[in-house]
Write a protein that binds this ligand. Structure first.
Ligand code: SF4
Length: 472
């Protein structure tokens, strides 16, 4: 039996666009979800992973599969449905899983034969057995998996065109940020994989660089921190010689031992969601996240992390109800003042399955709503809602200003000099800055191509009124 597992592309996700930005080849990681599904698949299946992030796939030249599995985030949904429709027209059954199919089951079921919701570990074996016996059901509901039973992903199945391997050590997050779908997909309980299994899996990854995909690697309490330290100690003992990056919260800075162990285990940098420069904005995101920043000298926290030779990528959201004109400049200045090495500025995006979606849907503030086509804009890089204090064009202008300011040549040079003087990964920081700048420019071109930077689609003064993003 032949199984194809597909990772659908989205041309609006500039990260995947290696043709337009050579820097992106340093940023693409292996699709861990599909590698894990492959590991759950019995070895008598011939499994092939087809990742459109690496470029167009010539499906016609490939042998016909018996079954197709697709995993998709929301922004990948339109392409996922296109692929599913095409395979089904050829008589090949299609199964879809991942976060979008879980949150939008009715929509997905119009394009596929079967949906797997939640985490696949608990149901995938049954799905394949049912398929073999011709009794595939339309819905399989995955439960939260026992992390001790989660198999190592099949890293061997994908070749060497990726900059990063990928691995997962924990799932779930108790912090309940309103815009985030992690808790509704993986739960509020923080679940951890056994450390020896994680280390073994690291050893099976060929790439020198690894993305730890955990949404919150250090968790939320003392026991979680101790577990993270134990993990880093085990990685040091194993002599992995990997370089890895991961996502943490700002309180990572509060524990010198944790920072030192992370650095010695190969950590090169961390992503931190600062979300908003204002207390009102943070309160809007959620009380737990706000508490982490409240009363904190953020510049000092960032500096403590950077002293361990770790780069910091700071994420901010534009378009909160608390944001007012000038927010683009304010975010760029805040990120510079905090001392982050790279800025990841995102639009407030109501993703299905989040509290934000519920609120915006109820108050009719979903602007890009021609579904499923408009899901392609839900990358966090495009405005999709009706924002309280901005028209679409105004918020796009804020984003452009924010990124132009932070990634101006002068500011990049200043950060580079700072990192050279302190010898904090100057080359890595320079490559990352240039990559972010190039992607920002590609996205700005997309805004112009879509007419999002003008008031044509969003007449001046029509704050809070419907503005549908045109389909490209
Ligand atoms: S801390 Fe991160 S993973 Fe956790 S709920 Fe907030 S955004 Fe999501």
């Amino acid at each position: 039996m032949r199984l194809y597992l597909l990772n659908p592309g989205n041309s609006l996700v500039s990260l995947a666009n290696v043709a337009q930005s050579r820097w992106n080849r340093y940023r693409i990681w292996k699709p861990l979800g599909l590698l894990t599904v492959a590991a759950l698949t019995p070895r008598d299946w011939e499994v092939r992973i087809l990742d459109e992030n690496l470029g167009a796939v010539d499906y016609a030249s490939l042998p016909r599969p018996d079954l197709v599995g697709i995993s998709a985030f929301t922004s990948q949904a339109p392409r996922a449905y296109e692929l599913a429709d095409s395979f089904r027209q050829q008589g090949v059954p299609v199964i879809m899983g991942g976060i979008h199919a879980t949150m939008c089951q009715a929509e997905a079921s119009r394009h596929v034969d079967s949906i797997v919701t939640g985490e696949a570990e608990t149901v995938w074996e049954t799905v394949l057995e049912d398929f073999r016996h011709g009794r595939l059901r339309s819905l399989y509901q995955g439960e939260y998996a026992d992390m001790a039973a989660t198999p190592a992903a099949r890293h061997d199945l994908l070749g060497g065109r990726y900059a990063f391997g990928s691995v997962q050590t924990t799932r779930g997050c108790p912090l309940r940020c309103g815009f985030c779908s992690v808790s509704s997909f993986n739960g509020y309980r923080y679940r951890q994989r056994p450390i020896d299994r994680v280390v073994e899996e690291f050893q099976s990854i060929a790439e020198k660089w690894v993305l730890v995909v955990d949404d919150n690697l250090i968790g939320t309490g003392p026991a979680h921190r101790e577990r993270a330290k134990d993990l880093f100690r085990a990685m040091i003992r194993a002599g992995l010689r990997k370089r890895w990056i991961g996502q943490v919260t700002i309180d990572f800075a509060d524990d010198e031992e944790l920072l030192s162990l992370a650095s010695r285990s190969g950590c090169q940098g961390v992503f931190i969601g600062f979300e908003s420069p204002s207390p009102e904005g943070l309160a809007e995101i959620g009380a737990s996240k706000a508490k982490l920043s409240s009363g904190r000298d953020i510049r000092d926290s960032v500096e403590r992390i950077r002293r361990h030779n770790l780069l910091v990528v700071g994420s901010f959201i534009l378009g909160l109800d608390a944001d007012v004109p000038g927010i683009g400049r304010r975010v760029a200045e805040a990120a510079s003042q905090y001392g982050v090495d790279m800025l990841n500025a995102l639009f407030l995006t109501p993703l299905p399955g989040t509290r934000l979606w519920e609120q915006m849907h109820e108050s009719k503030r979903i602007a890009a709503a021609d579904f499923p086509q408009d899901w392609r804009y839900y990358t966090l890089g495009y405005p999709t809602a009706r924002y309280k204090h901005f028209t679409t064009a105004e918020l796009v202008a804020e984003m452009i200003q924010c990124e132009r300011l932070f990634y101006s040549s002068g500011r990049i040079l200043r950060r580079l000099c700072n990192n050279v003087l302190r010898w904090r990964r100057p080359l890595l920081s320079l490559v990352a800055n240039l990559s972010y700048r190039k992607n920002a420019r590609i996205t700005h071109r997309n805004y112009r191509a879509l007419g999002l930077d003008t008031e044509t689609a969003a007449p001046s003064g029509c704050r809070g009124t419907p503005q549908t993003i045109p389909n490209a």
